[in-house]
Design a protein around this ligand. Structure first.
Ligand code: ADP
Length: 481
């Protein structure tokens, strides 16, 4: 593994640390700031303006004015499209800088950010740029959309929220996660440069219980969208209900099964299951965090999964060839280490990893547990880290029952070449996304969201337009000639 000791200087400068309200970068009303940290070292990258209730209120007033007085919701669909296309072009132009900022603040491998995530951001904006001119009959924007996003994919979550809301003519107050405030500010400035009128997209950095809760309870926010943990999702839904009953879209946690069937090509299944869990340092709401393996291939699968985890390249995410960077922060680091201890205490067998990696920052060794039982905490809770749990199964009925025995229902992976097996599992699994012989395939056009406590509603695709449009019935008597 690559040493994590000497962090590379990121090839980008931090340009924006203030709040973006009404088209201008401004300090918070209180003048307060908070540090955003480099997960490679725990050192401060920058001090960022800390938005609180008063700042959320200022942003909502700006968004309200931009909605009520226009021009955004009244603009011709063609003109709105053109601004969004220019926005996507500018993202593409600054691709490498944006990727560097994302890696610096989040810790994800730069190669992945630069070649997959930021291009995907531009694609998502472009996909929604094409939507304003869909015939919408009597569907009309909600007004001011409040959006609260997490830290694991700061810009993809930005795009899933901002793209459809803007395309439908809403105005926005977006609250970024306190761990990763930098990239959304940079990108929002590009939206202004593309011609987005002031007040249409406001970005407030700050913490959940202050800035986030103020947005969820604000009486002049017409619609709320949230991505984050299930526990926080419940709070946000309650705040929305208690204030003005604003409708809420929720994308929450998961404990997704990845099912390796007896006919599977073991080498391919090992690689896919490894990717399904370890991608993005294991910090994915849809991570394949329960690897169910048929007993016939279990031993071979286990040996190879262990070897793969030991080969995983951990280190400075700016270094070429690094597959896994640090976890986002100390809190997540401690939470994951707690789950690793819990796995050991509950009698699971540690096959690989199990400890921190290096001496600095929030790196964790790729960890694999075998002999995992359904009632162990590591098989039930969302760990959100590089910890793979491998479970054995005998037949399809059994694996369906066990895979569904969870409060979550976000995603599932199926690995088989047998069409009947794939069909049986696809019908029986209670999950919002089923990936067959693949995993984490995201496209702007494919809807995403959860069953059960993994959320409410769907994002991406044309499904997300429904989150930002409401039906208006217009009736008038016809004049008979
Ligand atoms: P995580 O545990 O992964 O940090 P959270 O669900 O707590 O996930 O955070 C996701 C987003 O929700 C972040 O932007 C965070 O600031 C925000 N948030 C946290 N607590 C609250 C709250 N009480 N009200 C509104 N937003 C919140």
């Amino acid at each position: 593994a690559v040493a994590a000791e000497e962090p590379i200087t990121p090839p980008v400068e931090v340009k924006h640390t203030q709040l973006l309200i009404n088209g201008k970068f401004v300090d918070s009303a209180s003048g307060k700031t908070f540090p955003t940290l480099d997960p490679r070292t725990g050192e401060v990258i920058a001090h960022v303006a800390e938005g609180e209730a008063e700042d959320i209120n200022r942003a909502v007033i700006a968004a309200r004015k931009a909605f009520d007085e226009g021009p955004w919701p009244k603009m011709s669909p063609y003109k709105r499209s053109m601004i969004l296309y220019r926005f996507a072009d500018l993202i593409e132009k600054h691709n490498d800088e944006i990727a560097a900022l994302e890696t610096w603040d989040n810790g994800k491998p730069y190669q992945q950010a630069v070649s997959v995530e930021i291009p995907m951001l531009a694609r998502l904006i472009r996909y929604y740029a094409g939507k304003p001119s869909l015939p919408q009959k009597k569907e009309t924007p909600y007004g001011v959309a409040g959006q609260i996003i997490p830290w694991n994919f700061p810009l993809l979550m930005f795009a899933w929220k901002v793209g459809p809301a803007l395309a439908c003519g809403n105005t926005i107050v977006l609250k970024t996660a306190e761990q990763t405030p930098l990239s959304a500010l940079y990108v929002a400035r590009l939206a202004l440069e593309a011609g987005l009128p002031p007040g249409v997209l406001n970005v407030v950095s700050g913490f959940g219980p202050t800035a986030g809760a103020s947005l969820a309870t604000h009486m002049d926010v017409d619609k709320l969208a949230f991505t984050g943990s299930t526990d926080t999702g419940k709070i946000v839904l309650e705040l929305a209900a208690r204030s003005n009953l604003k409708p809420v879209t929720l994308e929450l946690g998961g404990k997704s099964p990845f099912i390796v069937c007896e006919d599977a090509d073991v080498d391919k299944a090992v690689e896919m299951a490894h990717f399904a869990l370890f991608f993005n340092q294991g910090q994915c709401c849809c991570a394949g965090s329960r690897t169910f393996v048929h007993e016939k291939v279990y031993d071979e699968f286990l040996e190879k999964s262990k070897a793969r985890a030991l080969r995983r390249v951990v280190g400075d995410p700016f270094k070429k060839g690094v597959e896994q960077g640090p976890q986002i922060d100390e809190e997540q680091f401690n939470k994951i280490m707690h789950y690793i201890r819990s796995g050991l205490d509950s009698g699971a067998t540690l096959e690989a990893g199990g400890d921190r990696f290096g001496t600095k920052g929030y790196y964790i060794q790729p960890t694999v547990f075998s002999d995992v039982k359904d009632d162990m905490l590591i098989a039930k809770d969302e760990i959100f880290g590089p910890v793979q749990s491998i479970l054995k199964f005998k037949d399809l009925d059994e694996v369906v029952r066990r895979a569904n025995a969870t409060r979550y229902g976000l995603a599932a992976g199926i690995f088989t070449n047998n069409l009947d097996t794939a069909n049986t599992l696809t019908r029986a699994l209670r999950q919002g996304t089923i990936w067959i012989n693949c995993f984490d395939v995201f496209d702007a056009a494919i809807p995403f969201g959860g069953f059960k406590m993994s959320g409410q509603g769907r994002e991406k695709g044309i499904h997300s337009l429904r989150n930002y449009l409401q039906v208006k019935a217009v009736v008038t008597p016809l004049k008979n000639p």
